[in-house]
Design a protein around this ligand. Structure first.
Ligand code: ADP
Length: 358
């Protein structure tokens, strides 16, 4: 006998390739366990506006290979208000929704906590192209977004080589430079510029000059969208002009923006989405909620959402007064160790970008 008779699934916040695969896995696994499943259209706004559809195995046919989210996504500020929350709970009551699996990023998980606290047990599945949820090694969508970016960077590489040019490419990743960093390493870029590491602008310009003198023709520099000049301008465009002016290498700027958010999910994302989606339903059935599904050291596991959110703030140096008070000394030590580990991982790859581009 399933613990819940009916659950809801939703996708919320920024979309990511693999969200559909996660929604499909959650739906099919829950149906397989004998539960009814409803889709909440447009994320939390679907709960507020009572936009609910019944899901059958056929509702999620032919979506595992598609980007975007067939249930759409939305950003819903009303959900953060008490009045909005009351409407959401009323919709759950009206439809007999007893638990929810929410696919999204850290904002979505904050909403999931609010729902759990109001009596609707909720589990979060991490979907964001930025891989910016510190508690999990991996978030659904990251691999697909990077591969899309990499394909386009490779195209630029070809033409940079033909014309002896440099291309500065700006990729997504708000406070997290992993898309820029990983694609820089994988494309053989001369430099990566990410929010996590100080950037040696003068040194990079000198390196490009030296590489040019050594006969190198094409150059790539990958910049995260989260890096700004002191006066608030996006750094990528500014850097492109400086390289152009100071190295004698004709330099173009390209912004990939939202294009890397779409497209077919890779095998990695379809697999992880399916594994995480199934695990989310299993954990609900075991009576667990207010958790986020994580991948840690290659294993699919789970962590308390509050712990995950504060571990994230700790890593990003955004802790607010009192944030750590709810946690034991061991938990705080684990958060600090995790932050140190994440920094080390980033630093090691950053160093490698420079060691391997000559
Ligand atoms: P992501 O989940 O990708 O981080 P957002 O930060 O936009 O994306 O959050 C998605 C949605 O989650 C928001 O539109 C809002 O409905 C809900 N949400 C975000 N922050 C909170 C919060 N502090 N409390 C309740 N709900 C929130």
């Amino acid at each position: 006998m399933a613990k819940f008779r009916k659950i809801g699934v939703l996708a919320s916040g920024g979309d990511a390739p693999g969200m559909n695969a996660a929604l499909r896995a959650i739906t099919r696994k829950a149906l397989d366990e004998g539960m009814e499943v409803v889709g909440i259209i447009g994320g939390y706004s679907g709960l507020i506006n009572d936009n609910i559809i019944t899901l059958t195995p056929r509702s999620v046919s032919n979506i595992i290979s598609r980007g975007g989210t067939f249930m759409y996504s939305d950003r819903c500020d009303e959900f953060k208000t008490e009045a909005g929350m009351q409407k959401a709970i009323a919709t759950c009551k009206k439809h007999g929704i007893e638990a929810i699996v929410a696919c999204g990023g850290d904002g979505t998980f904050r909403g999931a906590t609010d729902l759990t606290n109001r009596g609707i047990p909720t589990v979060g599945v991490p979907c964001t192209i930025d891989n910016d949820i510190t508690a999990t090694d991996y978030t659904i969508g990251f691999d697909s977004a990077m591969n899309t970016a990499l394909k386009m960077i490779d195209c630029l590489r070809d033409t940079c080589e033909s014309h002896a040019r440099c291309n500065v490419v700006e990729v997504m990743g708000r406070d997290c430079g992993q898309i820029a960093l990983f694609t820089a390493l994988a494309s053989g870029a001369a430099a990566a510029v990410i929010p996590e590491m100080p950037f040696d602008e003068a040194g990079t310009i000198e390196r490009i000059k030296a590489m040019k003198a050594d006969g190198k023709r094409g150059f790539l520099v990958i910049v995260s969208e989260g890096v700004f000049t002191e006066d608030g301008k996006k750094y990528g465009e500014v850097l492109a002009k400086k390289i152009d002016a100071e190295t004698g290498v004709e330099t173009k700027f390209a912004r990939f923006a939202h294009v890397v958010r779409g497209g077919d999910p890779t095998l990695r994302d379809r697999m992880t989405a399916t594994q995480m989606g199934v695990r989310a339903v299993e954990l609900l059935l075991e009576g667990k909620s207010n958790i986020v599904i994580c991948e840690i050291d290659g294993k699919i596991t789970d962590l308390d959402i509050n712990y995950a959110l504060i571990a994230d703030r700790n890593y990003k140096n955004k802790l607010k007064p009192g944030d750590l008070d709810k946690f034991t000394a061991e938990q705080v030590a684990a958060m600090k160790a995790l932050a140190a580990q994440r920094h080390e991982e980033i630093e090691a790859i950053y160093k490698m970008v420079y060691e391997t581009s000559k």
